[in-house]
Design a protein. Structure first.
Length: 282
């Protein structure tokens, strides 16, 4: 127990040191400009604006398109220039275990919500996070089809288009707003709201009090949620995996089972409601 406490304390010290150094190491205005430009590259190929884009299935019924690849290449080049010491983890780049030895790492999904992107719908976003010692330090979501730029820095709050945002403060679990397509019978006391394909944008909805609860019961990847979970947490939401445990990033296996983001007061109710389903799904 003492050894675990010392290890946790050491990681926290490193994280705080990284956060302090970050303000001196990185131009956050330049970072925002890079991410916005990445969004414009994607928007320039978005079928919703009348463009045609090549797409294919990369396996497991997972679509990818030329815009994913172009945005990924642009971000890898520009973020590498911005912070050369940082490692790289992206959905569209072959994983390199060298990242595990880096103190800082970019965690990127060039287009989160590719199905909405290809369908001409606006529920997609460019997702960029900078992670240190397993925790996000910076997070940006750029959703150009919605004219939205979400941003957060650890310890300083979250913003949408430069304006501070606050997460849902709902206290009663029944009636909670959930971005989903349908509700199973056990959840019929909840309320459906619009669901973008991008899991990052769904999490951001809790951060901006457009939803009270987002939950998944499947294996997901760090690049899908690294930026959005920081934005939600900095806005005041509670963020865990499906079992209520903390999320960690830059793991050798960059996956986690399930995600639970909610108003703090209903989080315990949500964990209890999902416990059986989570255990049987893992």
């Amino acid at each position: 127990m003492l050894k675990h406490h010392r290890a946790t304390h050491a990681m926290l010290v490193l994280h705080l040191r990284s956060r302090h150094l970050l303000h001196r190491m990185i131009d956050r205005f330049k970072l925002r400009d890079i991410c916005v430009e990445a969004g414009q590259i994607a928007l320039g190929q978005w079928p919703g604006a009348g463009h045609q884009v090549e797409s294919w299935d990369k396996g497991g019924n997972s679509p990818v398109c030329a815009a994913d690849i172009e945005v990924d290449g642009f971000l890898k080049k520009e973020l590498g220039r911005l912070l050369p010491a940082a490692g790289w983890l992206s959905e569209e780049t072959a994983d390199d275990p060298v990242r595990l030895g880096r103190d800082l790492i970019w965690v990127v999904d060039p287009i989160d919500g590719t199905r909405d992107f290809l369908g001409g719908r606006d529920g997609w976003a460019v997702s960029v996070a900078l992670v240190s010692c397993g925790r996000p330090l910076l997070g940006l979501l750029v959703a150009p089809a919605r004219d939205e730029v979400w941003a957060a820095t650890a310890g300083t709050g979250a913003r949408l288009n430069g304006v501070d945002i606050s997460a849902s403060k709902r206290r009663d679990f029944p009636g909670s707003r959930v971005p989903a397509d349908v509700l199973v019978q056990e959840d019929e006391d909840l309320v459906l709201v619009d669901k973008p394909n991008s899991i990052a944008l769904r999490v951001a909805m809790v951060a901006d009090d457009r939803a009270d609860l987002v939950a998944t019961l499947r294996w997901g990847f760090e690049w899908d949620i690294a930026a959005a979970t920081l934005i939600a947490r900095e806005a005041g939401a509670r963020v865990t995996d499906a079992f209520g445990a903390p999320l960690n990033y830059n793991k050798s296996d960059p996956r986690a089972f399930g995600l639970l983001v909610s108003a703090p007061a209903i989080h315990g109710h949500a964990v209890e409601r999902l416990a059986g389903r989570a255990s049987s799904s893992i």
